[in-house]
Ligand binder design. Structure first.
Ligand SMILES: Nc1ncnc2c1ncn2[C@@H]1O[C@H](COP(=O)(O)OP(=O)(O)OP(=O)(O)O)[C@@H](O)[C@H]1O
Length: 325
């Protein structure tokens, strides 16, 4: 990857691979995360998200492949890149009997790029940024999970960042905590920070991201904007009719591959359901309806519905996604 190729990307990987013994946790992954995006890194548990993130940040060595972040090669240029990258990986750990503010001061002290002269101001600004000023003097053990997660994000924000990498930031949070984290991510994105956020929850990615990449069993199945992914799907036509055989014939004549829903009792007056996939760039609904009517099919109902992102991801991964918020 030449630097010119990577100028528009906050993160770019090429053939990134990590194996643990015989197991390929991350298999030949080419990620391209545009600058300014909120990029959702979606995949079921165990699909290789955390291993990828750990390689991006230089926390573990890649078995093979390349990583560039903010235009520089990792891990060679880590010393100039990492100060511009904030990260929340595998849940923050804090000293329970120190206050939120004292915890952040401690963590900042451990950062060799952070200046002691500006520490107090930066800690207070980060607490303010995540809405924890009121709880700054509370001990961390008294924080709710959502507050702890926000304190973890505050830690990632102690220095000005061009890129934030957040591994499952809503893990273990209740709906209110999830909402708080989502709002925080949106407002950080509004300020121009590129955000790379992993999740196993499709609904979460759909609500806050501009882009998404889908991982399954170590492989990157697809990536792009949410709209691009939706556009890759298919639509489905569903016809309710007492003339299912004619409907199958007419739809077949339009080049579709219709199927009759099971359970039809062949009783002439009972409507049956016939469905077929329709390519998104294919037939218009009105053309399908006209062909059915012209073919003598008594249409009691017709619906042409787009595939949801969820359908698309199930198609891609062959597994159900956790869609709950
Ligand atoms: N240190 C390790 N040693 C051996 N196997 C590992 C190690 N770390 C991860 N793995 C395996 O690699 C695969 C990918 O794990 P990884 O944690 O990257 O997935 P993930 O998508 O982040 O899932 P989760 O959300 O559950 O963490 C899993 O099968 C996991 O068991």
């Amino acid at each position: 990857m030449s630097p010119a190729d990577t100028a528009d990307f906050a993160i770019q990987t090429k053939a990134l691979t990590k194996s643990f013994g015989k197991q390929l946790a991350v298999n030949d992954v080419d990620l391209a995360v545009p600058r300014g995006s909120v990029f959702g890194f979606l995949g079921p548990n165990g699909s290789g998200k955390t291993s990828t993130i750990r390689m991006l940040l230089g926390l573990t060595q890649a078995t093979s492949g390349e990583v560039r972040m903010l235009g520089g090669a990792m891990p060679d240029r880590a010393h100039s890149i990492l100060p511009r990258v904030g990260a929340l990986v595998e849940g923050p750990s804090f000293y329970p009997f120190l206050t939120g503010r004292a915890n952040l001061r401690r963590l900042d002290t451990a950062d060799r790029y952070a200046s002691g002269a500006t520490r107090d101001a930066r800690v207070d600004a980060a607490l303010d940024r995540v809405g924890l000023t009121h709880a700054a003097t509370k001990k961390a053990h008294a924080y709710s999970l959502g507050m702890k997660q926000r304190l973890g994000i505050a830690n990632a924000l102690l220095m000005p960042r061009d890129l934030l990498i957040l591994d499952e930031p809503s893990n273990g949070l209740d709906p209110q905590g999830t909402r708080e984290v989502r709002q925080l991510i949106s407002s950080l994105a509004d300020e121009g920070t590129t955000i790379f956020v992993s999740s196993h929850l499709l609904s979460e990615i759909e609500q806050m991201c501009t882009h998404v990449a889908v991982m399954s069993a170590g492989r990157l199945l697809t990536q792009g904007t949410l709209d691009e992914l939706r556009a890759q799907g298919v639509q489905r036509v569903t016809v309710l009719t007492p003339d299912p055989d004619d409907a199958v014939r007419v739809l077949g004549g339009l080049g579709l591959h219709p199927t009759l829903a099971p359970g039809h009792d062949d009783e002439a007056s009972h409507p049956a359901t016939v469905t077929a996939e329709v390519p998104l760039d294919g037939l218009l609904p009105e053309r399908i309806t006209a062909a059915l009517v012209e073919g003598g099919v008594r249409v009691r109902g017709i619906q042409v519905a787009g595939a949801s992102l969820e359908d698309r991801f199930v198609d891609l991964t062959g597994e159900g996604f956790d869609v709950a918020g």
